[in-house]
Ligand binder design. Sequence first.
Ligand code: C5J
Length: 222
Amino acid sequence: MAEIEALPFPFAFKPEAMALVVIDMQRDFAEPGGFGASLGNDVSRITAIVPTVKRLLEGFRAAGLPVIHTMECHKADFSDLPPAKRNRGNPSIRIGDIGPMGRVLIVGEPGTAILDELAPLPGEIVIEKPGKGAFYATSFGDDLKRLGAQQLVFAGVTTEVCVQTTMREANDRGYECLLAEDATESYFPEFKTAALAMIRAQGAIVGWTATTDQVLEGISNA
Ligand code: C5J
């Protein structure tokens, strides 16, 4: 059995059952004028991981392993946006308001798009999700079953919100989850550190963590 060197112990890797899930690498979280910046966050932390996420994506594509992208976004009529979410956080612009990149986190708007450098290729699954977790109100679970995926490598943003929520949802559904620790980021370094520690605590209670180099090395040795 191939292994990926990981924490808290090596990850036994089944190449035929592995997929990469890239969470919410959207302009609204990574660029000035977007949703993340409207909440007062330093978005340069997010853009800094783009080359690493790209390397991971390219490694999966080169190995012929499936890639799934998610986008946090809502319908233009707000039918999937609870007022409790829209009104949260006291941002300078709320979800659905018109900002410098169009309506914030609304399907089809320029700011909602995945960053150009990480854009999905034709045939890659893109999940538009109204929640923080990718399973809620989407086809994600059915897509994973159709792909025959049992092991998921995660990348993207933000570590302690949409990435961790989706990992926990996947873990509860029986998937073995590994977070690429240098291909994920938070606006709050201390939250990222804590999320990584929580995930791998108590014998991988939510999953494993490894660097992008370790994941790619495991894939190339398999
Ligand atoms: C947030 C996300 N942080 N993608 N979304 O609101 O983590």
